[in-house]
Design a protein around this ligand. Structure first.
Ligand SMILES: [Zn+2]
Length: 384
């Protein structure tokens, strides 16, 4: 299993998660390879920062780890980061990681052009900066109010704008954590677009925000029940390219403080596979579709040779699952530092039994047996 959207944090954000706890959570959740996001402290926004991150991660990881990098205006930097094996340029439209005039079409066009020249995909967080209602009411005590400030329109507008600009350049774009069926349908009209959904957007709706508050606060936010159902329907029909967790750990103190300051994001590495397997046992998804969504498609989209298939000559990155085993999600037992979840107490069927990375057992019977440093740094297009 490959999780293409993970925030492993580390460095100045190690108090939220570090390379060892994040990859331990990955192994426990059945993921053998994870692709880390660049919005860290410091951010992954230059070739030297990428090298530093690779060196720091090397001795600490239990699974394979690769890196996305920030979208930056400098095309020389883009090509250097591409040569170092970056998996994509992350374009965070609400608030770019590296300074970028996000509302200017020419800026985006230039970025897409340089990205294409470096054979890199642009991974997009699609929420239009201008349509997010800012500033929030700093006194708000309601996560529902925070969620309303991030409208469906903001997603639709941002994604259709990026898709239109990408079509002019032929650049490949990957649309992260899509929440709306209409976004999926819009993306399917552009040949070089791939789509991603998270388990939370297909399994939970805004009702969870009301009931669980900060535990169900992430961006883009959870939507209405009818949108959720239709998104799950498109997923089950095979119209979405990949599922990713958007594992975004924070401390409980940060999350549960003042509502307007609560950082968005939930951990997902240890819940994604059990939740998806539950959909398989309930016959909502087929097992072969699950494997495409969590393994072969991410391997193809992000160019991970030797991965995504169980076949002679491929890497022995393997997860064994017990499809009969029924459990409930217990955040207190997560290996991630973020011991909370909007799926707390949800009953699931299908549990990770053993995780092998490169032929070595790293997780078995509920325990990590691998050593930090046993995982490998993976680079786009390079056989590990
Ligand atoms: Zn994310």
């Amino acid at each position: 299993m490959i999780d293409a959207h993970v925030h492993l944090r580390d460095m100045d954000l190690s108090y939220k998660e570090d390379f060892t706890t994040g990859t331990a959570a990955a192994a426990a959740g059945g993921f053998t390879t994870v692709l880390d996001m660049p919005n860290t402290l410091p951010p992954t926004d230059s070739s030297s920062r990428l090298i530093e991150k690779i060196e720091r991660a090397q001795s600490k990881i239990l699974t394979n780890v690769g890196f996305h990098v920030a979208a930056v205006p400098d095309s020389a930097q883009i090509s250097q980061m591409s040569r170092l094996g970056a998996y994509s340029l992350k374009l965070y439209m609400p608030n770019p990681i590296s300074p970028l005039d996000i509302q200017d079409d020419n800026t985006i066009l230039t970025l897409l052009q340089s990205s294409k020249e470096s054979d890199l995909r642009v991974t997009v967080h699609g929420e239009d900066q201008g349509l997010l209602r800012q500033p929030y009411n700093k006194e708000t005590e309601s996560f529902v109010e925070l969620a309303k400030a991030r409208s469906e329109q903001a997603e639709l507008h941002a994604l259709s704008r990026v898709l239109g600009l990408a079509a002019k350049t032929g650049c490949s774009v990957h649309l992260s954590h899509i929440t709306l069926p209409s976004s999926i349908l819009a993306a399917r009209k552009y040949r070089h677009a791939t789509t991603e959904v998270t388990p939370h957007h297909v399994l939970l709706s805004e009702k969870a925000i009301k009931r669980k508050g900060w535990k169900a606060w992430m961006v883009p936010p959870l939507r209405s029940e009818s949108i959720r159902k239709n998104l799950l329907l498109l997923l089950s029909k095979g119209l979405v390219t990949i599922v990713a967790s958007d594992h975004a750990p924070h401390t409980i103190e940060e999350k549960s403080g003042a509502v307007a300051e609560s950082p968005p994001g939930v951990p997902g590495l240890e819940t994604t596979l059990p939740l998806m397997l539950t959909l398989v046992t309930r016959r909502v998804l087929s097992m072969s579709l699950l494997i495409r969504l969590l393994s072969s498609n991410p391997a193809r989209v992000f160019n991970l040779p030797g991965k995504g298939r169980l076949e002679e000559g491929f890497d022995a990155d393997i997860v064994l699952v017990d499809l009969k085993r029924k459990t409930r999600i217990r955040p207190e037992s997560f290996l991630s530092k973020a011991k909370y979840s909007p799926f707390e107490n949800v009953h699931v069927q299908g549990q990770v039994h053993t995780t092998l990375v490169g032929g070595t057992v790293v997780f078995q019977d509920g325990e990590i047996v691998g050593k930090p440093g046993s995982g490998r740094i993976v680079k786009r297009g390079v056989r590990g």
